[in-house]
Design a protein around this ligand. Structure first.
Ligand code: ARG
Length: 261
């Protein structure tokens, strides 16, 4: 995770960002801190990346790489405004001794890649359409040695895979079908017949942008309906308020890069 110490909405690269809306940075830091404490309280270890002035989106740490089986496929941001973040993530992973594979193709890390370890022996789901480019899907498969399933995103509000789909345990996912092309919806139905299905209200509340340890699902507190669906499916929803960071177009998952050994 990376503190929103320098968080701001200074440019608009997704439909949620409005440069005229004021951002309360202190509140953003407080809310982010609560998220960090929540993860620690659930027994997870949180490593911190040092924020850098001039990189207001750095709080969305999920976009800096994608880690599977101890290997990191590095990010290469689509927009110039975020390009410099990649080096900070690279340095972090190198310093910690992870195997790092430098990307040649445009991809935004866990923003567009998800991993489901027990699905078909370990499956990578990958989004394209807005940020990550299709050649990066093949590159990720070669880098990580796990099959990659390409899914096409069609709604600009859901510009990253992680605002439309999330793994809720080692074998299952929750997703909002409307964010995907008809063909990609069919692929998801085939792969995950028992998936939890979210609707546009759940998605608009950033409910899909969640992290789960298989039992506890940490999600945006505005997504009350989705919390109910997850509860009915046997999970424990853990709501967290992240209204300030929503102004940048992200929530829980965007703030967390998962480190998978
Ligand atoms: N403002 C950031 C951008 O548009 C938000 C990134 C959100 N991160 C995510 N993993 N979806 O790039």
């Amino acid at each position: 995770m990376c503190s929103p110490e320098y968080f701001a909405v200074e440019y608009a690269i997704n439909p949620w960002m409005d440069v005229t809306t004021p951002v309360d940075r202190d509140l953003a830091v407080k809310q982010w801190d609560r998220l960090r404490e929540t993860l620690v309280g659930l027994g997870h270890e949180v490593h911190l990346l040092t924020p850098e002035q001039g990189l207001p989106d750095m709080v969305y740490a999920a976009n800096g790489g994608f880690v599977v089986d101890g290997s990191v496929y590095g990010a290469r941001f689509k927009h110039e405004q975020r390009a410099a973040e990649a080096a900070a993530h690279h340095a972090f992973y190198e310093a910690q001794g992870w195997r790092f594979i430098a990307p040649g193709e445009t991809n935004e890390g866990e923003g567009d890649f998800a991993y489901v370890p027990e699905a078909h022996g370990g499956l990578i789901l990958a989004g394209h359409g807005f940020r990550t480019e299709i050649p990066a899907h093949a590159e990720a498969q070669e880098a990580l040695g796990r099959p990659v399933v390409s899914l096409r995103l069609i709604d600009p509000r859901f510009y990253h895979l992680d605002v439309a789909l999330a793994a809720i345990d080692d074998a299952n996912v929750v997703y909002f079908p409307g964010a995907f092309s008809a063909a990609s919806q069919r692929v998801l139905t085939q792969l995950f017949p028992d998936a939890v299905i979210a609707d546009d209200e759940d998605a608009m509340a950033f409910g899909l942008n969640l992290v789960s340890d298989g039992a506890n699902v940490v999600l945006n507190s505005e997504a009350t309906r989705l919390a109910g669906k997850l509860k009915a499916a046997g999970y424990t929803p853990v709501p967290v308020e992240l209204a300030e960071l929503k102004k940048g177009g992200g929530s829980v998952k965007c703030c967390i890069a998962e480190l998978r050994h």
